[in-house]
Design a protein around this ligand. Structure first.
Ligand code: PLP
Length: 381
């Protein structure tokens, strides 16, 4: 019998869906999609087929999609590309304190190059207020970037409402939907945004695959230069399997959305109820906010989260303290800090994230392991 495990780090990466893996394995085109011969045209057809499929599921035009090597690259292209293309002296950018480093990083780089930046803080519930974002916009603002859902707390952000408040002459609006895809509808038309970032591996697709949707007519400056691939915005020979995998993952995410959300909600409700009963003193972050169905962020007072993760890892329960990209650094979570959470509570916080393929056995294993591990650590403290 294999040792039981509970993989509860799906906000970091999900397992690949078997249909996604099959679609990628079925790619037999071997030529360069830019080559003008029969196998080259066959490869081009695979790439454009993936783009058309993704476009159909997002209800956008295929030529509005640029394939990237994930959400980090898509966010950088959206933020740097749109602000540089605006060619404004001292451009102004508005974003939030809870964005992923893949947005905050390029925003900081723009600031270092002379842009002015307003970082809007969230309310203690983990949501930014649409009126606070709108109030930060001025006549020099060229870009507003607000994520659709936060990767640490799952708090859903009021992107549609922000766009509505910016009617008339308004800056471009970008949303990072990397975490939202597969848990919320991510159709750009519903949100009213100009730029939208996707990542395949958060929704059962391959790692290092994503896309940026760019509303027709929006101009971006490329970050890299080379051939004219992807409308000149992402030069380099295209990764067919990655594109096919992303399209397949988004198709499943859209087709199975309701069923998957119900499944994830069931898992997180069960974890939350059972852990609240078994472990005294838990504090659930972003409780008052509308949240994604798959993420729980919980402080376990009296316990050091890093020590807890190590003990859980040894018992086959895999979770994290928050963003995988900042894990390993001992920096406290900038998201929880911005929400006004005390440093000792942040140090006691872990993130449990499920997916549609999380099994009842995984939930049962986590529930069997967590309470006694916490009790032991508390006794030692
Ligand atoms: N944006 C958000 C909200 C994320 O959670 C992540 C991944 O942690 C990223 C961007 C980066 O995505 P990728 O790993 O596809 O570059």
């Amino acid at each position: 019998m294999p040792e039981p495990i509970a993989y509860l780090d799906n906000a970091a990466t999900t397992r690949m869906h078997p249909e996604v893996a099959a679609a990628m394995a079925a790619v037999s085109a071997y030529a360069n999609p830019s080559s003008n011969h029969t196998p080259g045209r066959a490869a081009r057809a695979v790439l454009e087929g993936a783009r058309a499929r993704l476009a159909r599921y997002l209800e956008v035009a295929p030529e509005e999609l640029v394939f990237t090597a994930g959400a980090t690259e898509a966010n950088n292209l959206a933020v740097l590309g749109s602000v540089r293309a605006a060619r404004v002296e001292r451009p102004h950018v508005v974003t939030t304190a809870i964005e992923h480093a893949a947005v905050l990083g390029p925003v900081r780089a723009l600031e270092a190059a002379g842009a002015s930046v307003t970082i809007v803080a969230p309310a203690p519930d983990g949501r930014v207020r649409a009126e606070a974002v709108a109030a930060a916009v001025n006549e020099r603002t060229v870009l507003v970037s607000v994520m659709l859902a936060n990767n640490e707390t799952g708090a859903i952000q009021p992107v549609r409402e922000i766009v509505e408040r910016l009617q008339g002459h308004r800056p471009l609006v970008h949303t990072d939907a990397a975490q939202a895809c597969g848990k919320l509808a991510v159709r750009p038309a519903d949100l009213g945004v100009d730029l939208l970032t996707l990542s395949a591996h958060k929704a059962h697709g391959p790692r290092a695959s994503g896309a940026l949707w760019i509303r027709r007519g929006v101009r971006l400056e490329p970050l890299t230069y080379g051939g004219g691939h992807e409308a000149g915005l992402r030069p380099g020979t295209e990764h067919l399997e990655a594109a096919v995998g992303l399209a397949a993952a988004v198709a499943i995410a859209v087709d199975d959305l309701e069923r998957n959300v119900a499944r994830m909600r069931g898992c997180t409700d069960r974890l939350r109820t059972a852990l609240s009963a078994a472990v005294p003193g838990l504090h659930w972050h972003a409780e008052a906010a509308e949240r994604l169905p798959n993420i729980l962020s919980v402080a376990v007072p009296g316990v050091d989260a890093e020590a807890l993760l190590m003990q859980l890892d040894g018992a086959g329960v895999y979770c994290s303290t928050g963003s995988a990209c900042t894990a390993g650094s001992l920096e406290p979570s900038h998201v929880l800090e911005a929400m006004g959470i005390a440093a000792d509570v942040i140090r006691a916080t872990v993130r449990l994230s499920v997916a549609a393929d999380t099994t009842d056995a995984e939930i049962a294993h986590a529930l069997a392991v967590l309470p006694p591990v916490v009790e032991r650590l508390r006794a030692l403290a």
